[in-house]
Design a binder for this molecule. Structure first.
Ligand SMILES: [Zn+2]
Length: 498
């Protein structure tokens, strides 16, 4: 029998098995249960976060005769027919290899024909940003007036390349990177299911290497199972990753931190002789000092890093000996080196240069300069807190008002909207009622014209809200953009924010 990868074997076939995208899954399930599906969706997010899997489940669910809690039942005749890859109702197109206007026309010309099996014909277009301009225009025409039986699901990793005209026709869902702990739990479930033994830390390392992508983590898990012959150990995963021996790496780190050039160069030579690539060494060193910074500054470091005990203990010794500034400056040097290595073939020379520089570079920002920066930062934080406080006088009252608006919305047949807002932060002043939406997917739903009109109408008719204007705002997440100025202030030139 042909080998099936873990990623394919454990690909979710119902919404309940999708991990890390609870908000999206709930919204789609509700649309199916309330029979209010749209005609055009756009799914965006990093590779391996579940866009295509969710699209396929959705495509089968809208056609299922007896959906189970919004998911396809897998048993009815429609589900059985649509499970076959050459059915005519769920059409998958990879825009990376089919990006011409002719190929899109081929689809749109036939779109008038009704589905052969269920209620809907579903077109899933993967990597939709690869379409040519002419192809986008052809697609737009169809999206403007889709037949009742057609649903388009466009998936992309690069939302910024999609024309605004297309975006405005689609319900947008942003797939999040899946948290490490959630991926780890999934891997443990799979390992248990296929009868593979594992160390918890090994699974943690695999999950972390996936960097939020379930697909990448499961591909690595696949390799580790074969490599470790049924017993996945931390050391085994390190070897599959090509990572450096943690003990040798720590010895090098100690030499660097202590400014011992002689010792550091000997260790570099040893590690290189073991066949480790220099770019991997630089990455591992940067990672090591990042872990040390965690241990120094984060009370939950032990839990978050999830390292084997002896490795953690070794790093803890380092953490006790060196200042955060010293660790940061070494980490910065190694990260910078990682970037430079891409443009040269003199890897080892460059690495040795950086190691010597790290040894010699005392790096510590002078204490008084640091104190000044901290004082400035504290001042900024104080003003932030004050304004934050002033605009949020009565949270409980806002909730109570919302209950009345929500009951009106439900009476109008917009129960889903009422439910969606429940997760949002509500704020109220004498003149304004603000709904702070946590993510852009929800924001997209709420700002859809029909939904927005219903929301406005219900609000205007609620006497408890009288005299206030309804405001819909997307909550600013503390992403790089907003955090950058403060981090820059705190660490100055020590930290490069990319
Ligand atoms: Zn079914």
């Amino acid at each position: 029998m042909a080998y099936t990868s873990l990623y394919r074997k454990y690909r979710p076939d119902t919404f309940d098995k999708v991990i890390g995208q609870d908000c999206i899954v709930r919204t789609l399930k509700n649309q199916i249960l309330s029979d209010s599906v749209g005609h055009a969706y756009i799914f965006t997010g990093t590779r391996g976060t579940g866009k295509t899997s969710v699209a396929k489940i959705f495509a089968r669910a809208v056609n299922c005769l007896h959906p189970v809690d919004g998911s396809p039942c897998g048993k009815c005749e429609n589900c059985v027919e649509l499970a076959s890859s050459n059915n005519f109702d769920i059409l998958e197109l990879d825009a990376a290899s089919n990006n011409s206007v002719e190929q899109i026309r081929e689809i749109t010309d036939k779109i008038g024909f009704p589905p052969t099996v269920g209620r809907y014909k579903v077109y899933i277009v993967d990597e939709v940003h690869m379409l040519s301009t002419a192809a986008f225009n052809a697609l737009l025409k169809t999206l403007e007036e889709p037949p009742q039986h057609a649903i388009f699901i466009l998936a992309t990793t690069e939302i910024h390349k999609i024309p605004a005209t297309i975006l405005s026709r689609c319900l947008r869902f942003d797939f999040k990177l899946v948290p490490q702990a959630v991926i780890a739990e999934r891997i443990k479930f799979i390992f248990d299911d296929i009868g593979v033994k594992y160390e918890n830390e090994a699974v943690g390392l695999i999950a972390a290497s996936g960097a939020g992508s379930v697909r990448d983590a499961l591909s690595l898990a696949d390799m580790c199972v074969s490599y470790c012959n049924g017993n996945v150990t931390y050391g085994g995963v390190l070897e599959v990753l090509g990572a450096s021996d943690p003990k040798k790496l720590r010895e090098l780190a100690v030499c660097i931190a202590e400014g011992d050039v002689d010792g550091a160069l000997v260790r570099v030579s040893e590690l290189c002789d073991l066949g480790k690539s220099v770019s991997m060494l630089a990455k591992d060193l940067a990672e090591l000092f990042r872990n040390v910074l965690y241990i120094k500054n984060c009370t939950q470091a032990n839990k978050l890093l999830n390292l084997p005990e002896e490795i953690y203990a070794g790093l803890k010794t380092l953490a006790d000996k060196y200042s955060s500034a010293r660790c940061l400056s070494i980490m910065k040097l190694m990260s910078k080196l990682e970037g430079e290595l891409r443009y040269t073939s003199q890897h080892r020379v460059l690495f040795e240069g950086a190691v010597v520089q790290a040894c010699l570079n005392e790096g510590d920002v002078k204490a008084d300069e640091m104190a000044l920066r901290i004082a400035k930062l504290e001042k900024q934080l104080a003003t932030l807190k004050k304004s934050d406080f002033n605009s949020r006088p009565a949270i409980m009252d806002a909730r109570q008002v919302w209950v009345h608006v929500a009951s009106r919305l439900s009476a109008m047949g917009y129960g889903l909207i009422a439910m969606t807002v429940q997760d949002c932060k509500l704020e109220m002043t004498d003149s304004e009622f603000s709904v702070l939406v946590p993510d852009s997917a929800t924001y997209g739903i709420l700002s859809d014209k029909a939904n927005r009109d219903a929301l406005n109408k219900a609000f205007a008719e609620t006497k408890e809200a009288a005299g206030r204007a309804l405001k819909l705002k997307q909550q600013q997440s503390l992403d790089e953009d907003s955090a950058a100025p403060y981090l820059k202030d705190m660490f100055g030139t020590l930290l490069e924010i990319k």
